[in-house]
Design a protein around this ligand. Structure first.
Ligand code: ADP
Length: 632
């Protein structure tokens, strides 16, 4: 009796992916072998876990990977003695794309051919890369689970695959038989060629890879070797093996610790954020080994999340080999390793910052976004804040300013570090809140990223300096610093004019009504006609915006408007006000001032009214000007 063969269509995204892979101009086709070996190695890892957690499964089969080329059939076969797959697993694993981001992958892969190789590995679609070299693939697999039949899967990588139960006896494991396309035979058709490829891409696989009766991968666990014996190329090769990154890391950290716990670690700082689409946040963690045996990939307890940009492995003698993954989470030993590693990583970053600012800038550019979450690490607060960098009013273009840079050039007697949330350097230069700082030549750190607000709130102090949001700076403290002279400041107001100005302020409040909490005369503006401040002085504008965004609230907040009594516009308004308190110009300009200020603060939802008003103001001003010219 022959078993029934069933035919299945691929899911739509698999078809799209296959289409891209097969037709791409991408030439690095040899990576198909890396992907198969990596799947085989994963299957062997899973088998070992299964045995560890169920001693009943007494297994006689050696964990190994065999690769062979058949001259006659022109096939490459990759066989492993791993966990194998049941029929359901075959259908779920190699007929669909399980990864949640796969649809996105397919889209991006089409756009970025040169990164295809990195993407294939990281997005868990490696298996399909075999169709770059073949249009006839046969997979035979048998699950380690008792009573599950062996399954044969056949596909030409077009639209469909066929499944058949295999009746012959088979050990657990999987073999993938690839019938090479005509034009691939010269590139891949010999054991020697396959050996080369394995050496290039799979040297660090921890199970034996056998080709022609010989073990090909001979590289030992690099992290356990003495440092002086390791060449930089070996580190890089291992890094690429581990991450699929095509660029070398910007930093390598090889650590060997004996107390309080014994462990070796090999860690890397990638040059770029490897989460290419910013949607693969869970894809982090260090691989944990116990005495060279992989216990868990991407363990998330060995480093805090803010250091999740670090890639690498940790190997310890101090844990039992059969430790279950569940108990790893609150294992004291893991906690100790994490504490030590965190200190070492921060220490290394400090060293880079000091010795190689250019490299540090690369690190900052790639990983600052993640790193900033370290403001929650109270134990390492000081080290962490020493590693922060900002743009600032005194920075050269793109320079990165540290708190230390700031404090070392602060004014004598200055005990505050001032910062402001701004949309850009250009916006910062127009920001009325920062005027007084420009005038007094006091440096202000420019923050662009919403998380910076949380960072500042939680750090609060650096040495004996306090962090202060510029918009709430204490005027008295600023007053003691000398101002640069303003050239054309108008004559100060007389006592009577001051009274009139106060009356004008009340009039403006009357005009603006509920839109402002109060209109008052500012003590600190010099260039801008007005600014808006929070009446209670608690939240900074950015925090407020963040809260509003979270609550989907787009009402305009009620703020206090401060006017600049020395500004020519306010002086003109004052004169007009004295002639006729109800002159239309007062109302028009009051509204205009408010809306311009709201615009600068990023609150203006509907600028249409503003445009209309500007036109009528221009018309008026143009009329007066023409009169003057005539008289001229
Ligand atoms: P990834 O390995 O990144 O998940 P692949 O497309 O390469 O993506 O493989 C899809 C899935 O197929 C794997 O996650 C695994 O469950 C299964 N698989 C592939 N090769 C094997 C194998 N040799 N043994 C057991 N399962 C395998």
């Amino acid at each position: 009796m022959t078993a029934q063969t069933e035919k299945f269509e691929f899911k739509a995204e698999v078809n799209q992916l296959l289409d891209i892979l097969v037709h791409s101009l991408y030439t690095n086709r040899e990576i198909f072998l890396r992907e198969l070996v990596s799947n085989a190695s994963d299957a062997l890892d899973k088998m070992r876990f299964a045995i560890n957690s169920d001693p009943e499964l007494n297994d006689e089969v050696e964990p190994e990977i065999f690769i062979a080329y058949d001259e006659e059939k022109k096939t490459i076969t990759v066989t492993d003695t791993g966990i194998g797959m049941t029929k359901e697993e075959v259908m779920a694993n190699i007929g669909t794309i399980a990864h949640s981001g796969s649809a996105e992958f397919v889209k991006q892969a089409a756009a970025s051919k040169e990164n295809l190789d990195t993407l294939i590995g990281r997005f868990g679609v490696g298996f399909y890369s075999i169709f770059m070299v073949s249009d006839h693939v046969v997979v035979r697999t048998k699950s380690y689970k008792k009573d599950e039949p062996a399954i044969q899967w056949v596909s030409d990588g077009k639209n469909a695959y066929e499944l058949t139960e295999i009746e012959a006896e088979m050990d657990h494991g999987t073999s993938v038989e690839i019938h090479l396309n005509e034009d691939m035979i010269s590139r891949f058709g010999s054991d020697d060629k396959l050996k080369d490829i394995v050496k290039r891409h799979s040297n660090f696989v921890s199970f034996p890879i056998m080709i022609g009766g010989e073990r090909v991968n001979t590289v030992p666990a690099l992290w356990r070797e003495p440092k002086f014996q390791i060449k930089q190329e070996q580190y890089e090769e291992f890094y690429k093996f581990l991450t699929w990154d095509v660029q070398p890391p910007i930093e390598t950290l090889h650590i060997s610790v004996d107390a309080p716990v014994q462990f070796n670690a090999l860690l890397f700082v990638p040059e770029k954020d490897l989460d290419i689409f910013g949607m693969d946040r869970d894809n982090w963690g260090l691989d944990l080994y116990v005495r060279r045996v992989l216990i868990e990939k991407q363990n998330k307890n060995l480093l805090p999340e803010y250091l999740s940009f670090m890639k690498g492995v940790v190997d310890t003698e101090d844990l039992p080999l059969n430790i279950s993954r569940e108990t790893l989470q609150d294992n004291l030993l893991i906690g100790k390793i994490s504490t030590t590693l965190t200190k070492q990583v921060l220490g290394q970053l400090e060293k880079i910052a000091k010795d190689d600012p250019e490299k540090y800038a690369k690190f900052w550019k790639a990983h600052a976004r993640i790193f900033k979450a370290g403001h929650m690490d109270f134990l390492n607060r000081e080290k962490f804040s020493g590693l922060l960098r900002f743009d600032s009013s005194k920075a050269e273009e793109k320079a990165l300013v540290s708190f230390e840079d700031y404090t070392s050039r602060a004014k004598e007697e200055q005990k505050e570090i001032y910062y402001a949330f701004v949309a850009s350097r250009e916006a910062a230069n127009l920001n009325p809140h920062l005027e007084i700082f420009r005038r007094k030549d006091i440096e202000v750190l420019y923050l662009y990223d919403p998380i910076d607000e949380f960072v500042m709130e939680s750090i609060r102090e650096v040495g004996d300096f306090t962090l202060v949001a510029a918009e709430y700076a204490d005027l008295e403290k600023l007053d003691k610093f000398e101002s640069s002279k303003k050239e054309d400041s108008p004559a100060p107001l007389s006592e009577e004019q001051e009274k009139d100005m106060a009356a004008l302020a009340s009039k403006m409040k009357e005009i603006l009504g509920e839109q402002v909490a109060e209109v008052k005369i500012s003590e600190r503006l010099s260039d801008s006609p007005c600014r808006l401040v929070n009446p209670d002085g608690h939240m900074t504008s950015t925090m407020e915006k963040l809260m509003k965004a979270m609550n989907k609230d787009n009402t305009i907040p009620t703020k206090t408007m401060e006017i600049n009594a020395d500004h020519p516009l306010l002086r003109s308004m004052l004169e007009i006000f004295k002639v006729n308190a109800d002159d239309e110009f007062i109302a028009l300009s009051s509204r205009q001032l408010l809306e311009s200020a709201l615009l600068l603060e990023g609150y203006l939802n509907d600028p249409h009214a503003l445009v209309g008003r500007i036109q009528s103001l221009l018309t008026k001003a143009g009329g007066w000007y023409a009169e003057l010219e005539k008289k001229g």
